[in-house]
Each structure stands twice: as C-alpha cells, then as structure tokens.
Design a protein. Structure first.
Length: 198
C-alpha cells in the first residue's frame, strides 16, 4: 500500500512533466529571451519567493551569479529576502509585504527584471513586489501554478507568465525547479552557443 502511494508520486510527477513540456516551451523561451535581453543590456535579476519557493529563488540567483552547467562570467542576480538579518529588520518595520517592496524599490532599476516564484500566484507580498517592480519599469517573470492566480491579472505586455499546469503544490514546486533549470540552460545557450559534445 505504501509503496503504491510512493509510486503514485513518481507517476503523477512524470505525467506532469510530459504535459508541461508542450505547454511551457513557449513561455519559458519568452522568459529566457527577456532575461538575456535584460542581462546583456546591463540589467539585473531580482528573484523572489516565499517558503519553499524562497529556497528556489536562492538556487536561481546562485546559478546566474555562479554557473549552471558551464563556466561563464557571472550574471547580476540577487535573491530577495536571502539576508535574514536585514529582512527581519524590514519585517519588524512593516511586515513581509513591505519588506519585499522595500527591497525592490531600493535595489531595482528600470531595465531590471523581477523573477517571482509563487505556486498559487496569490501571495500578497509577491504581488506587491511585482507591482513595485512594474512601477520602476522592470519586467516581471512569474512562475506559478495552473491559473497564475492574481499575479496573472497584473502582468503587462513586457511581462511573462510561466504557469505550471497543475493544482498540487508539491508538483508545482518540483516543476518550478525544472523551469529554472530550463531558463539557466537557455540563457547559457544564448550567451555561449551550443556546447561541444567532446
């Protein structure tokens, strides 16, 4: 019984990956192009997520500033909220929503990008951060679950929504990591070209 339940997780995850491969190819490519355009024009990527998605935000920032699978010069990226001491002070002053908005207002510049990771697309702090980014003429890339939630409604013409076609939070989080890997690979491909197979 327990083994069957465990196997079900693998089968459900595999089924989602097959569905998502077709559904997300275009939006991920659009997101990758927006990131490359912003980064090569001198922009930076601010990455935000809450809970498990905050850890994914740190993974994304590390892969951009360091390396994904190939050596390349570092790309300007920062995971918002990664500095727990500074964030605690901002939260004490006005809550998490104000803390992320303050970081976007302080660190973001026109031409930068905000990459938001939110399984439901409903986190008030991330919605506020996205609105703050838009007010600073930053593009927003939102990686969410099926509908995109409230984040979908505020995205503009220069923004990109990558909506994982699933309702279950665990499956969306797994897919968010895969989407980040696809983005990093696409960025490296556009900046460095095809990798030699030798």
């Amino acid at each position: 019984m327990l083994e069957q339940r465990i196997q079900h997780h693998f089968f459900e995850s595999a089924d989602l990956q097959y569905q998502a491969a077709e559904a997300l190819g275009r939006p991920i490519a659009e997101a990758a192009q927006a990131l490359v355009t912003g980064l090569t024009s001198g922009g930076r990527v601010l990455v935000a997520g809450l809970g498990p998605s905050a850890a994914l935000a740190q993974v994304a920032a590390l892969a951009l500033t360091g390396r994904f699978e190939r050596d390349r010069p570092g790309l300007a990226a920062l995971a918002l909220g990664a500095d727990a001491v500074a964030l605690a002070g901002l939260i004490a002053e006005g809550g998490l929503e104000l803390a992320l908005v303050r970081q976007v207002d302080t660190l973001g510049q026109p031409g930068d990008l905000l990459l938001v990771l939110d399984p439901e697309g409903e986190a008030p702090a991330l919605i506020a951060a996205a609105q703050a980014a838009q007010s600073k003429e930053m593009s927003v890339i939102a990686i969410t679950g099926r509908t995109g939630g409230s984040l979908r409604g505020l995205l503009g013409e220069t923004d990109v929504l990558v909506a994982v076609p699933h309702e279950r939070r665990a499956r969306v989080l797994e897919s968010q990591l895969l989407v980040l890997h696809c983005l990093c690979d696409a960025i490296d491909l556009q900046l460095l070209g095809e990798q030699d197979s030798a």
